[in-house]
Design a binder for this molecule. Structure first.
Ligand code: SF4
Ligand code: SF4
Length: 123
């Protein structure tokens, strides 16, 4: 089992610089890979990336929530969504996304599709 980045990822980039085995890939929004991804063949499950994520997007795969309860103002970032989001990343770079949706307070979302997406990214 490995760690997985879910659709709560807003490409802040805080996680990749702390990974001791450099197994976090930034994906490619222009090609439909909207979040960052963790290489399951390299990840050593150390958990160092988890507290670095300001959006609580990273989980051990077997603990990824099927019914994540959102707080007001949280966003998801995934295919088929069109909401615009702008911010400055952990590294001070501009982040602009057009693939988000704001979650309502208490809304429950399944974050486990990220497990399959992550596997597909590395196939
Ligand atoms: S720190 Fe969180 S939001 Fe930023 S790239 Fe990593 S998983 Fe995505
Ligand atoms: S759990 Fe550790 S090895 Fe795996 S992606 Fe996170 S920092 Fe890297």
């Amino acid at each position: 089992m490995t760690h997985v980045i879910t659709s709560l990822c807003l490409r802040d980039n805080g996680c990749s610089s702390v990974c001791p085995v450099e197994c976090i890939n930034p994906g490619n929004p222009a090609e439909g890979w909207f979040t960052y991804y963790i290489d399951p063949s390299t990840c050593i499950d150390c958990g160092a990336c988890v507290p670095e994520c300001p959006f609580h997007a990273i989980y051990p795969a077997d603990e990824t929530p099927k019914a994540y309860k959102a707080q007001s103002g949280e966003l998801i970032n995934a295919a088929g969504l069109t909401g615009h989001y702008e911010a400055t990343s952990h590294n001070g770079e501009a982040v602009r996304l057009d693939s988000t949706r704001a979650l309502a307070a208490g809304e429950e979302i399944d974050l486990t599709p990220a497990i399959v997406l992550n596997e597909k990214f590395y196939k």
